[in-house]
Write a protein that binds this ligand. Structure first.
Ligand code: FAD
Length: 494
């Protein structure tokens, strides 16, 4: 239920507000329904919950004090950046506090010689590139949500984007993180030197979905802007040929600066929205970018064109100007909003599979459309094998939503069956928590809990996200009877 309904919750809310009021200005502490409703979900709007309160601190010391109070009162805390996450990671908890980092918007230092920038967590991804453009540099990971999403969210989700195939994910482009534990202690991971001693907590922390500590400062790597970039739009009359072409490009030893795929339902939806100039007759298109010096680009475009033709492309169009290149990409970057124009709701999945299996998964998704009687658009980071099927449904019809949910789980489990994983870049959050029971065994999940508890023994930071409990997996039915033996018979099955 989505209200502060019980006397117990009201008591807890008053207790929390009494502690937080002396710490924060009036406008930085929200608790009235009309003020907290905007925080009730992230980009996964199908799941909603209003929190007890929302705090919007502006200084690191305020974050420390807030966390100490929540630790003392045993109040769960959900850190939040821009709320663009697609797996419910920033969705509030009913008896919890949302800790928004939206006011942490300062770029603290730009060092063009070292090619680094140190920023606060609420700085938008694109704002970093905008701020360093004057030095001929940019921050490479570019989620399609980059105009809005924050670096704190990117670190917590290990976000990817079009350029991550060549330049790496967030983890490959961040050097140092400063964060606050639930107890209020300050911790730092990584560093400015290329390597650091000890166990690699930096890698553990990146992608930890707000469950280990609250990020307050991030130092990122910057890369020089390439002299030239061009993109090929390749058309295929068959989705299987398009899928196989992706693997053929990589097998030919080419690492494009971007390698994205969109099927026909996606190009048709996008075209009427942003007029990207896509080939609407194609069953699928591939966007293959090359960047570097003019000579490097010319050579790579020639090589990629040859591979694409051999793979069965029916048409190749190379961008002839920077404006045309940006137009091709604007279609890809606006594919999610375009889905919102053609369907009342869409459910974005995020599985990853070996590139050679792309064609097979696309065929199986087609069959699932008939099984669940719902349409699906496919638009994805093909080079990384990171699929984003967008299931189209009407959320006002509960039966449709249940079918969409089952369709989504079916896709993710098919990804695992094909040798892939249940997430690529959007995280697990609440959305894929059941699928974690399928991907990981009991031992592995116990290790995840061990790590979580070494940072946060009371399980207060973003609880009930990302790592399923044994009970949840039992509930999901993943602990199936094997050889007549039901594992953990002592656990209640719901
Ligand atoms: C249209 C659209 C396109 C997208 N395209 C991509 C894409 O191409 N690639 C991609 O990877 N993702 C994509 N996303 C998903 C989303 O934008 C990313 O996951 C992004 O990194 C989330 O950032 P945020 O600031 O909105 O974080 P939020 O959604 O606010 O939070 C995400 C998670 O990070 C945690 N968190 C946030 N800030 C902090 C902090 N300071 N300290 C600790 N934990 C924190 C939250 O608790 C939550 O678990 C897309 C989303 C949309 C809506």
């Amino acid at each position: 239920m989505n209200t502060i309904s019980s006397p117990h919750l009201e008591f807890r809310q008053n207790e929390l507000l009494a502690e937080l009021r002396p710490l924060l200005p009036e406008e930085a502490l929200l608790w009235e329904p009309e003020d907290t409703i905007p925080y009730e979900c992230d980009g996964l709007a199908a799941y909603r919950q209003r929190p007890m309160a929302v705090a919007l601190p502006q200084t690191e010391d305020q974050v420390i004090q807030i966390l100490k109070i929540c630790h003392q009162l045993k109040v769960p805390v959900v850190p939040r950046g821009a709320g663009t996450g697609l797996s419910g990671g920033a969705m509030p908890i009913q008896n919890g506090l949302v800790l928004s980092l939206a006011k942490f918007k300062k770029i603290l230092e730009i060092n063009p010689l070292a090619r680094t920038a140190t920023v606060q967590p609420g700085v938008r991804n694109l704002a970093i590139s905008e701020a360093v453009a004057q030095h001929g540099l940019y921050y490479a990971p570019d989620p399609s949500s980059q105009i809005a999403c924050t670096i704190g969210g990117n670190v917590s989700e290990n976000s990817g984007g079009v350029h991550c195939l060549k330049y790496g994910l967030t983890i490959h482009n961040v050097l140092r993180i400063r964060a606050i534990l639930i107890t209020g202690e300050v911790v730092e991971f990584g560093g400015l030197a290329p390597d650091s001693p000890g166990l690699d907590l930096f890698s553990v922390f990146i992608g930890s979905e707000g469950m280990l500590a609250v990020v307050t400062e991030v130092t990122v790597k910057l890369v020089p802007k390439p002299a030239l970039a061009k993109v090929i739009m390749a058309s295929f009359d068959d989705i299987e040929k398009g899928g196989n072409a992706v693997a053929d490009i990589i097998a030919a030893g080419i690492i494009p600066a971007g390698l994205e795929m969109m099927d026909q339902p996606a190009t048709v939806a996008v075209e009427s929205f942003v007029h990207a100039g896509y080939d609407l007759n194609a069953a699928t298109i591939l966007l293959c970018e090359s960047d570097g010096t003019p000579e490097e680009v010319a050579e790579e475009i020639e090589k990629m064109s040859a591979v694409l033709q051999k793979s069965g492309a029916t048409r190749l169009q190379v961008s002839e100007s920077e404006a045309e290149r940006l137009r091709f990409w604007s279609g890809r970057k606006n594919a999610f909003p375009a889905a919102g124009r053609v369907s009342p709701d869409y459910y974005c999945m995020d599985g990853t599979i070996p590139r050679r299996k792309i064609a097979e998964l696309l065929k199986r998704i087609k069959a699932m459309e008939a099984k669940y009687q719902l349409g699906c658009m496919n638009v994805f980071h093909a080079g990384d094998g990171n699929m984003h099927p967008l299931i189209l449904f009407n959320g006002a019809d509960h039966q449709e939503w249940l079918r969409a949910e089952a369709f989504g789980s079916d896709i993710l489990e098919t990804c695992v069956e094909l040798g892939g994983t249940i997430t690529g870049e959007h995280g697990v959050g609440i959305e894929k928590i059941n699928s974690m029971c399928v991907q990981f065994g009991e031992k592995e999940r116990a290790m995840f809990w061990g790590i979580k508890e070494s940072f946060d023994p009371g399980r207060l930071l973003n609880p009930d996200k990302a790592i399923p409990t044994l009970n949840r997996c039992a509930d999901y039915g993943a602990m199936r009877i094997s050889n007549g033996i039901l594992p953990h018979p002592e656990l209640e099955r719901f």
